[in-house]
Design a protein around this ligand. Structure first.
Ligand SMILES: NC(=O)c1ccc[n+]([C@@H]2O[C@H](COP(=O)([O-])OP(=O)(O)OC[C@H]3O[C@@H](n4cnc5c(N)ncnc54)[C@H](OP(=O)(O)O)[C@@H]3O)[C@@H](O)[C@H]2O)c1
Length: 254
């Protein structure tokens, strides 16, 4: 069997590339030679700025920007239509990164609407994106799917139980598909970050003070950086022998 871990020339779809972790993943996969399809929800300017930054090194590479509310099935379908139109193919690599979390720690304060919103943006979208992505990957017998989950899936969280449930759901989705679709040449893994600053979710370590993610509770003594998430994501894209894994990226926080 041929071992193919080449990223160069592959098309990577990264949702939420307007945010901290998504933008870092985009930069890293671009540096590895990938074409990019990047989504934003409200912050078009951030993706425009990122594409402007990458443009001088783009060579023949295609980089596109797409508005998409991942909670809407019709938006996700339109996204895949746009990608096919603009790139002539569907993605080879899917980084399901767009996410939403609110710091409501008491279950009694979490409304049904808030539960639905969180589950739809984080979990339901991951399911729909994967359904849209796998036919092309199956056909060519090569694909990489990486979900950005969270340490919250295991319980520790600065957000509420709805967020934890959505992220644990993503891990279950990933592990199930990994066991079922390995023979199709598609790997499924998730990266479970914790306390990544320089992001919209956690701008700085100040925002962690007095929470379970306070830097004083993190064994390595600092918060993580988006580039460190990107390092793991790119490693997973480059390592076809790894599938069904959940990689906790937390500076030792449990
Ligand atoms: N930072 C951390 O410590 C940490 C820890 C664990 C997990 N995570 C996960 O990492 C992922 C990236 O978050 P981040 O830390 O980089 O925060 P961020 O900078 O706030 O990025 C969040 C991204 O998600 C997008 N998004 C939110 N709601 C959306 C929707 N309905 N439709 C489409 N896109 C939507 C945002 O788009 P716009 O800005 O364009 O609206 C933005 O690009 C999330 O899944 C988050 O749960 C982060």
């Amino acid at each position: 069997m041929v071992i193919d871990n080449e990223i160069k020339g592959r098309l990577a779809l990264i949702t939420g590339a307007s945010g901290g972790i998504g933008a870092a993943c985009a930069r890293d996969l671009f540096a590895a030679g990938a074409h990019l399809a990047l989504t934003y929800s409200t912050n078009k300017a951030a993706v425009d700025a990122l594409l402007h930054e990458l443009e001088p090194q783009a060579d023949e590479r295609r980089t596109t920007s797409h508005a998409c509310d991942v909670a809407r099935e019709d938006d996700l379908k339109r996204l895949f239509d746009e990608i096919l139109q603009m790139h002539g193919q569907h993605p080879d690599i899917l980084i399901a990164n767009a996410g939403y979390g609110k710091r409501v720690s008491n279950i009694l304060d979490i409304s049904i609407e808030e539960w639905d919103k969180c589950i739809n943006i984080n979990l339901r979208s991951s399911f729909i994106l994967t359904k849209l992505a796998v036919p092309h990957m199956q056909e060519q017998k090569w694909g990489r799917v990486v979900y950005i989950s969270s340490i919250a899936a295991g319980g520790t969280s600065i957000n509420g139980c709805h967020y934890s449930a959505s992220k644990a759901g993503m891990q279950g989705l990933s592990k199930n598909l990994a066991s079922k679709m390995g023979k199709d040449g598609i790997t499924f893994n998730d990266v479970a970050p914790a306390m990544i600053t320089e992001t919209g979710m956690i701008p700085s370590e100040e925002n962690l003070k007095g929470t379970p993610g306070d830097v004083k509770n993190i064994p390595v003594g600092r918060s993580g950086k988006p580039q460190e998430c990107a390092n793991v994501v790119t490693m997973l894209c480059r390592t076809g022998y790894m599938t069904g894994q959940s990689i906790l990226l937390s500076g030792g926080l449990k």
